[in-house]
Design a protein around this ligand. Sequence first.
Ligand SMILES: NC(=O)c1ccc[n+]([C@@H]2O[C@H](COP(=O)([O-])OP(=O)(O)OC[C@H]3O[C@@H](n4cnc5c(N)ncnc54)[C@H](O)[C@@H]3O)[C@@H](O)[C@H]2O)c1
Ligand SMILES: O=c1ccn([C@@H]2O[C@H](COP(=O)(O)OP(=O)(O)O[C@H]3OC[C@@H](O)[C@H](O)[C@H]3O)[C@@H](O)[C@H]2O)c(=O)[nH]1
Length: 346
Amino acid sequence: MAANSSNGEQQSPPKPPPLPSPLRFSKFFQSNMRILVTGGAGFIGSHLVDKLMENEKNEVIVVDNYFTGSKDNLRKWIGHPRFELIRHDVTEPLLVEVDQIYHLACPASPIFYKYNPVKTIKTNVIGTLNMLGLAKRVGARILLTSTSEVYGDPLIHPQPETYWGNVNPIGVRSCYDEGKRVAETLMFDYHRQHGIEIRIARIFNTYGPRMNIDDGRVVSNFIAQALRGEPLTVQKPGTQTRSFCYVSDMVNGLIRLMEGENTGPINIGNPGEFTMLELAETVKELINPKVEINMVENTPDDPRQRKPDITKAKELLGWEPKVKLRDGLPLMEEDFRLRLGVSKEK
Ligand SMILES: NC(=O)c1ccc[n+]([C@@H]2O[C@H](COP(=O)([O-])OP(=O)(O)OC[C@H]3O[C@@H](n4cnc5c(N)ncnc54)[C@H](O)[C@@H]3O)[C@@H](O)[C@H]2O)c1
Ligand SMILES: O=c1ccn([C@@H]2O[C@H](COP(=O)(O)OP(=O)(O)O[C@H]3OC[C@@H](O)[C@H](O)[C@H]3O)[C@@H](O)[C@H]2O)c(=O)[nH]1
């Protein structure tokens, strides 16, 4: 069946999708669904693996180069008969027989993706090409975790999928946002030219347990600072907004998208919108009312506003987020307390 784009346009690929392994059609074939998760040792990836492993009919293979991820995030699955972990960099070709590919591999925190921008571009472009080549070879369906950063510093608010964005092509964030835009282009070109079954999720800011404590993103920074009794560093002007999605909602959205019939791109995020000052005030109130809030310098090209229009996700996937920021923050606080060894004052 031809998939629909989220814009409602009929996407009729000129070629039929590559055939899955003939064993899939064999009457007595006993194998489980084999699912590859690139970047599965990272924050969202490891939660996705947990959810996929709940289904006894799934076998999960993770490939990760451990740049920002860690084996520790997957420790409960290591040694499990339906789980395999491979140290591999997606900029190198990979040959594995799989039915689905969740392609997440890419550093996501601005500090980390700006650290080696050329590597970030290679990961987005060559890494995505390699995963599309694999999808074509084995007839797998592939889902790309794109980003709200494809909208750049958006001039339309909230952002629908039809918005083409306002992106600086030569700025310090371009390795990531332009990298993801090319990755989306590659996905659609493989879909049109080779009939690959594709899914594109545009993920908006996601938070939750297992984020790296020194990841550098705003929610992890504020929670770690509040627990350490350090001032919360709000980057100027503090009126910039973000919309924060709890990780379990995100994982459910990604699986819905993979299992459904729509190529996307589809925004997956929580439309609750907060300024960074509001976020700091909330963290202060919930975690440590004694900490100060410090205004610090910002970095170039920081988007001034961001909020997903999730009409398509609701209509096409029957998905919407359930966890409110005020309910999600304490769940993350608990995990950070454990890892930082800071117990709650009674
Ligand atoms: N978390 C968010 O708010 C957010 C928002 C938008 C999009 N995304 C996308 O979701 C995906 C996961 O994000 P995350 O927050 O879990 O980030 P993360 O940094 O925790 O995870 C990324 C994982 O990819 C691995 N990786 C990086 N480069 C690789 C390479 N070349 N080869 C193999 N593995 C590599 C890292 O080691 C890490 O385990 C990314 O594609 C990111 O762009 C995340
Ligand atoms: O300590 C901090 C860190 C960040 N910030 C501010 O918080 C906002 C959010 O910054 P983050 O670094 O968490 O994340 P960004 O929204 O810039 O990028 C994010 O969005 C889309 C994803 O694709 C990226 O992977 C993700 O990191 C920015 O306005 C930033 O200036 C602070 O005020 N203080």
